[in-house]
Design a binder for this molecule. Sequence first.
Ligand SMILES: [Mn+2]
Length: 277
Amino acid sequence: MHDLIHPLRGTERHYRTVFISDTHLGTRGCRTALLADFLRRISCDRLYLVGDIVDGWRLCKSWYWDEGHDEVLRLLIAQVRRGTEIIYVPGNHDETLRGWLPHLALAGMVVSGFQLCREAVHVTADDRRLLVIHGDEFDGAVRYARLVSVIGDWAYDAAVALNRWFNAARRHIGLPYWSLSGYLKRQVKEALKAIDRFAVAVAGEAQRRGFDGVVCGHIHHPEMRRVGEVLYMNGGDWVESCSALVEHADGNFELLDWAAAHAYAHAPRTAPALQPA
Ligand SMILES: [Mn+2]
């Protein structure tokens, strides 16, 4: 009898390099189950944590930690034990770490196998030099960027339906027509423009400094494309998109959509197995 092939089950994928960012551990938003699943199923020579890994070190009021968060931390330490080099570039939500950097520099900058640095330079298998930064330095460009993930396609569809009811109500109390979906559409358009401004700003910085590309996070929008003369790569996040950027042994890069991969691998097998006639 044939069985469906489950691409993730029981297999471990090895990559030259893995980049993850914006896990926001310490908040309820972190999708710890998916992140733990990812960390269990991949291995790599080098793992970059590209900022906003642990959130709210300063905001103890909203601090949230459960077994899922413990498990992620345990798996990261397990990666170190098996020889993975971990490079941690703090972001704006874990910027407390930035304050430690001068002291850590004196101590060799390695804490339990985690190497901390303000920014990193990654050399790919095919000898390209990539700047690795979180990206909040370019916040000026990015006011709207997060809206895109808030107002997704489904929300837009819902808004169109809601708009009818909304305007019926407005009519009822004598107010003129106002398009909610039009408003949301304009917001999404602004957000997309902001994402583009962010990419252009980050890539511009990398280009000015003579890099072949840049890896960043911060705006929770996974993307990989050429911007100007450099390769712009954003690994996304583990709050909404659950994505990671990986480098294969030959220096090729790939964006992994772990939420989609996981959903596929664990989809209920409702279709009967085909029997040969
Ligand atoms: Mn950030």
